[in-house]
Ligand binder design. Structure first.
Ligand SMILES: Nc1ncnc2c1ncn2[C@@H]1O[C@H](COP(=O)(O)OP(=O)(O)OP(=O)(O)O)[C@@H](O)[C@H]1O
Ligand SMILES: [Mg+2]
Length: 329
């Protein structure tokens, strides 16, 4: 299947001029703002006083273990679930108050479904007709997600990855400035995941607001600019990926290989790092920056054959931050 041509295709070549809002909205006007959002199911606090902001022009990863309340939050944003209390707004308005929501917000929740006997293109045309969008949008959206070759095949013959693409195509029909996706990488193969990453980044680069939930942490590390981490319905951490990772700076590990481990250990002793010999003969040093280790070795004339810093990855941060809060409730 083709890679997406360009996310800009949809905005620039729209023949009948679907109302394109690029450049017309003031910065930040399409932000998603969640304030004290709460949803109780009997005793269960599925979402518990959750507040966060999703900025435009960036991809925000909405991360949390199973049952953390991600889907419930996204459904409240889209007015599919009524909050017990609190608010969720898109560009300052609740979803309910949006004029022609399909032109403001595109959503992909769970694997999209369509009439089994309907072709991909017809599925999209039906949505266009219902929403008052020109039918050409169906073809443009299919091209955007690389599904043109399968446009006339029936939905029942689509693979899971093709269904995910069709779901994104449907979400993009109204050329929305805000895109909300719940676990869109589910069922995609590595090529599909890379395709999705490229598409979402391109859409964000056009100034759109992209909120994407996932528990695929490694994928988020490559995709997201910002992360919002939740566990047990509560906010755990939010911020730029780099900052969230940086906050774990103390956990930086450095792999060092030297022909004289004893001499290096002595040279580093003043810095009180933790030094663990590895089975392959290298040393794993924590509590010291890479540069400081290199400098200490140089000063003590210790020969180094390897000096590799390993930053804590999002997976480690995530597990630390959500420790004890994961699990089925
Ligand atoms: N309609 C409902 N009735 C009762 N409980 C519900 C309902 N919807 C969700 N829950 C509960 O709320 C909690 C949060 O569920 P939610 O689906 O939002 O989590 P999630 O973060 O999307 O998890 P996952 O990663 O598994 O998709 C869970 O304990 C779930 O069982
Ligand atoms: Mg979910």
């Amino acid at each position: 299947m083709d890679r997406p041509r360009s996310a800009t295709l949809i905005t620039r070549t729209s023949p009948k001029g679907v109302s394109v809002t690029v450049g017309q909205t003031s910065p930040g006007s399409e932000e998603i703002v969640v304030r004290n959002l709460t949803k109780h199911y009997k005793q269960l606090r599925a979402v518990d006083d959750l507040s966060f902001t999703v900025r435009s022009g960036r991809v925000t990863g909405f991360l949390g273990p199973n049952g953390a309340g991600k889907t419930t939050t996204l459904r409240m944003l889209l007015n599919l679930v009524t909050p017990t209390s609190g608010t969720a707004t898109i560009g300052g308005q609740r979803y309910l108050e949006l004029d022609q929501p399909i032109r403001h917000v595109g959503a992909v929740l769970e694997a999209s479904s369509a009439h089994r006997g309907r072709t991909g293109v017809n599925h999209l045309r039906v949505i266009c007709a219902a929403a008052g969008l020109p039918r050409e949008r169906a073809d443009e959206a299919l091209a955007l997600v690389g599904l043109t070759p399968a446009a006339k095949r029936k939905f029942k013959g689509y693979s899971l990855g093709m269904k995910q693409r069709l779901g994104i195509a449907a979400a993009m029909l109204g050329d929305p400035r805000v895109l909300i996706l719940d676990e869109p990488a589910n069922g995609l193969d590595p090529e599909g995941i890379r395709w999705m990453r490229d598409l979402l980044k391109a859409l964000a680069a056009e100034g759109r607001t992209i909120l994407v939930s996932s528990h695929l942490l490694s994928e988020m590390q490559q995709l997201a600019d910002d992360v919002v981490i939740v566990a047990a319905g509560k906010l755990v951490r939010q911020g730029p990926v780099d900052e969230v990772l940086g906050s774990m700076g103390a956990a930086v590990q450095v792999r060092v290989r030297t022909p004289d481990p004893a001499k290096l250990t002595t040279a580093l002793a003043a810095f009180q790092p933790s030094i663990t010999p590895l089975p392959d003969g290298a040393l794993l040093v924590t509590g010291m920056e890479t540069a400081a280790i290199g400098h200490a070795a140089f000063t003590a004339s210790v020969e180094l054959h390897e000096l590799t810093g390993e930053r804590a990855d999002l997976e480690q941060v995530f597990l630390q931050l959500t420790a004890g809060k994961a699990g089925i409730r």
